[in-house]
Design a binder for this molecule. Sequence first.
Ligand code: LLP
Length: 418
Amino acid sequence: MHEFTFKNNELYCETIRVGDIAKRIPTPFYLYSYKTLLDHYRKIRRAFSSIKPLICFSVKSNSNLAVLKALVKNGAGLDIVSGGELYRARLVGASPEKIVYAGVGKKADEIGNAIKFGILFFNVESEEELEEIQRIAHSMKKRVRVGLRINPDVIPKTHDYIVTGKGESKFGLDFETAHKIFNSKRRFPNLDICGVHIHIGSQILTSEPFENAIKKVLSFLNKERIPVKYFNIGGGLGIVYSLENPQTAKSFAKKVLPMLKKSRLKIILEPGRFISGNSGVLVTKVIYTKRTPRKKFIIVDSGMNDLLRPSLYEAYHKIVPVKLAENSSDTSERLDVVGPICETGDFLGKDRFLPQLNRGDLLAVMGAGAYGFTMSSNYNSRPRAAEVMVIGKGFHVVRRHENYRDLTRGEVIPRVLR
Ligand code: LLP
């Protein structure tokens, strides 16, 4: 459920007409609903309330400071994957003891800063990384908590690019290596190897792959008598983009809670998309309509630089007109909604059926709150979109549009070229 709904043929975000926001904010812009964000966070918290897990919102899905602040203020922790995300976490006042840090390529300065800040633990993805954290912890005279990210080799049904828990993916440690590390703890005197972590993929619609992965890890811990305190079960819960019928937080919890309770471990969850995905839309404007002998195109003012998911994963995002004409119904004409970028792969939607559209009409690309702005770029030297959040009765620009100066910030023409 989300708070982007039609009333009298007009799209609203909570109680505010999206068309009214677009009168004040030039398109394209991302529009977030605070209420939806919080609702989704609370849904997952409620579903797992019997074990009081730590819920670390996955910053990579939406790292806007207002989004992070809203969640942190309401008790969320954060799952980070870079020094930049740590910087954001600090800016919103996140408690260090609610931060977990994953990623296969953590660099020394990033590790050092996270140790200094006192994060809960690192999710370690290789032996060399473990050695590096040991080296840095030793030089800082600190004892540092780490969890081992295990690649449980399960096959979740999702897009190949977002599977992470299959044996051949770059993430995590195989059971054998993890076992070896647990058996050689003495090699890491400054590390408290107190947790295990899994994250098997993203946009996973059923609970079986999670159940399988959790089962595998718990039986590994039992069999090898490995004493840990934390079990971070990652993120990955799928959401509705079109006709998907994903598990709810409640049904997911029902399936995995018995095992988790029995383990008596402190559980951590890292949902990203589940919280932010349907909390945001991308609002864009029709610049031109164009007909070729083969096809009809609606050319809009945002493209793959703003929302990469359709181009990269052929992801489906529903596209709706912000205002429907009286008695409007979809025409029988198949059309592509495309951006202004000079790439054939620059589309937001292919083979769609939409009502009659004209220049200047507004469209909303739904389900764009996760991996939308965070994956955007300046390709074709296009300034990045603004981000706006509806909170209660008002809306707030939570990131202004970039301008041309932003585009060239940091660039220098060397004297020899002048
Ligand atoms: N934890 C870890 C260690 C992760 O790598 C991720 C996502 C998450 C949690 C959150 O996953 P979520 O709950 O959002 O599924 N760009 C892709 C998704 C990539 C996900 C990367 N890792 C997309 O647009 O579909």
